[in-house]
Design a protein around this ligand. Structure first.
Ligand code: SAH
Ligand code: F3S
Length: 481
């Protein structure tokens, strides 16, 4: 299953139930990672208090916001194309205002206003609480910019408005920013230093979701294993914390256990894990609680230790393999997925082969595979020439995707004959007679609807599969309902 993220498919306009009395219309579109989708829910919540209801009709919007991604050049190009579209609509509706949010806003700052004449407002990922003021500015005819990054968690106190929701799965952010400084990555520049959120406010959000009938949550952060709450403040300042703060700090495995115990019927997932920060405690916690899904997204980027070093990843090929062995030992039947970057500067053919051989070793359930895209300002862009020709990157990517497809098929085939628990998430895209949901390992399962309903946990006997999807027959509700 080549889950190559296609930024084009990700743009999604979002709708919420209208709040009575609100007369202004907000059209908000999100690109990129799940954190952006989660942030857009915070933005919608802030603006609902300012009199905005969301609309899915661009033409009638008073305010258009696009939450942008900078991770690869293609993601930025997609946003620029959308701005052209907004521009065409704005010509017919001169009162419409356009704001750029997220990572591109942070990366390009004021330059955005010069480059894209259509943009009225530029707001970085930590400045959304300032939106009410910024909107007043643009309404009085001035451009507005706020790209200040924060040292605090920033949005822990805001209860997100759930957008584009199926009422079953929800995103809960637990950290913001990243301190890892992988040399290819723009995130530390656009999202700032790493901060964790107060566990109490996380539990409150989870309880609120449970009371509204949500069945599965995804705890989100750039680097969740590095979660650390010691009363607030940056992760890097933990060393200066008091003895009491250190003794009572909450680690990621503590947080997982807290959430799992608070809502034992809720399915819990988390993303993203970084190999160097994932501790055995986390694996034991996943193994211990049945409601924490046996699934880990564990990017490895490259199977070659020299390239990993150039990427400033803090792990070697061997350490990654040892971690995989540990996962398989502590959490039998764990679904594991990957991220890979191919064609990093100076990557040789032999080094590329080591990525393929690492894939063979692990046989991931699925993965997200990308060609290296040079990002301005990153260490890699400053120090290394983007010297792998496009055709070579393409060919290497195809080889990686082909290998992954074989492994995905191997994994899905292993489920044939097994009965697995599936949480129904939506109707199958291909048939209105079938439900679509996921098993613990995050594989999609499709089966006949019968009398089951969305949000049910159903036991499904698997009798067929493709490399991406399991198919089966429902045999009854699971005990978890
Ligand atoms: N820790 C983050 C990673 C964010 S980026 C998380 O929460 O997922 C997601 C993936 O995009 C990375 O793991 C990497 O494989 C890929 N990526 C990041 N920067 C890239 C670049 N410059 N070119 C190509 N792919 C990149
Ligand atoms: Fe980027 Fe590496 Fe952090 S990929 S988000 S710098 S862990």
């Amino acid at each position: 299953m080549e889950k190559i993220i296609d930024e084009k498919k990700q743009g999604q306009s979002l709708k919420v139930n209208a709040k009575e009395g609100n007369s202004r219309k907000l059209y908000i579109e999100s690109y990129g990672c799940q954190m952006n989708f989660s942030d857009s829910e915070i933005v919608a919540s802030i603006l609902a208090k300012e009199g905005y209801n969301t609309t899915q009709n661009l033409e009638e919007a008073d305010l258009v916001l696009v939450n942008t991604c900078s991770i690869r050049d293609k993601a930025e190009q997609t946003v620029r194309k959308r701005l052209e579209k907004y521009n065409a609509v704005k010509r017919l509706n001169s009162k419409m205002k356009v704001g750029v949010l997220g990572c591109m806003a942070e990366r390009l700052k004021e330059k955005f206003l010069d480059e894209e004449k259509i943009v009225d407002m530029v707001v970085g990922p930590d400045a959304y609480k300032d939106l009410p003021n910024l909107i007043k500015e643009i309404e009085s005819g001035r451009d507005a910019v706020n790209v200040v990054l924060s040292k605090d968690e920033t949005y822990g106190d805001i209860s997100p408005v759930r957008l584009a929701t199926n009422g079953i799965n929800a995103l809960v952010s637990i950290t913001r920013g990243c301190d890892n400084m992988c040399t290819f990555c723009v995130v530390p520049f656009t999202r700032g230093r790493e901060r964790s959120r107060d566990p109490q406010s996380i539990l409150e959000e989870v309880n609120d979701l449970a009371s509204k009938g949500y069945k599965e949550i995804m705890l989100l952060g750039q680097n969740v294993d590095s979660y650390l709450w010691y009363g607030g403040g940056l992760k890097k300042d933990f060393k200066n914390a008091s003895e009491i703060e250190k003794a009572t700090a909450t680690s990621f495995s503590n947080l997982l256990a807290l959430v799992a115990e608070e809502q034992p019927k809720m399915r819990i997932r988390f993303s993203t894990s970084n190999p160097q920060d994932m501790t055995e405690d986390v694996l034991h916690t996943v193994a211990k609680y049945p409601n924490i899904c046996n699934y880990i997204h564990l990017p490895f980027q490259s199977g070659n230790t020299r390239i990993l070093k150039e990427m400033n990843r803090q792990h070697t090929r061997e350490e990654y393999m040892a971690l995989i062995d540990k996962i398989n030992e502590i959490i039998p039947n764990c679904g594991i997925s990957q991220d890979i970057i191919t064609g990093f500067p100076t990557e040789t053919e032999e080094e590329h082969q080591e990525t393929i051989s690492l894939l063979e070793y692990v046989k991931f359930h699925f993965g997200f595979m990308f060609k290296y895209s040079e990002r301005p300002g990153t260490m890699a862009a400053r120090k290394l020439e983007d010297d792998i020709p496009e055709e070579v990157k393409k060919r290497r990517l195809t080889e990686i995707v082909d290998a992954q497809r074989t492994h995905s098929a191997y994994r899905t085939n292993q489920f044939i004959g097994q009965t697995v628990e599936v949480l129904i998430e939506r109707e199958s895209k291909k048939s209105d007679q079938h439900w679509s949901g996921r098993n613990e390992q995050s594989l999609v399962v499709v089966f006949p609807k019968e009398n089951y309903k969305s949000g049910d946990f159903v036991m499904v006997k698997i009798n067929d599969c493709t490399s991406a999807t399991l198919k089966g027959i429902p045999v009854g509700l699971s005990d978890n309902n």
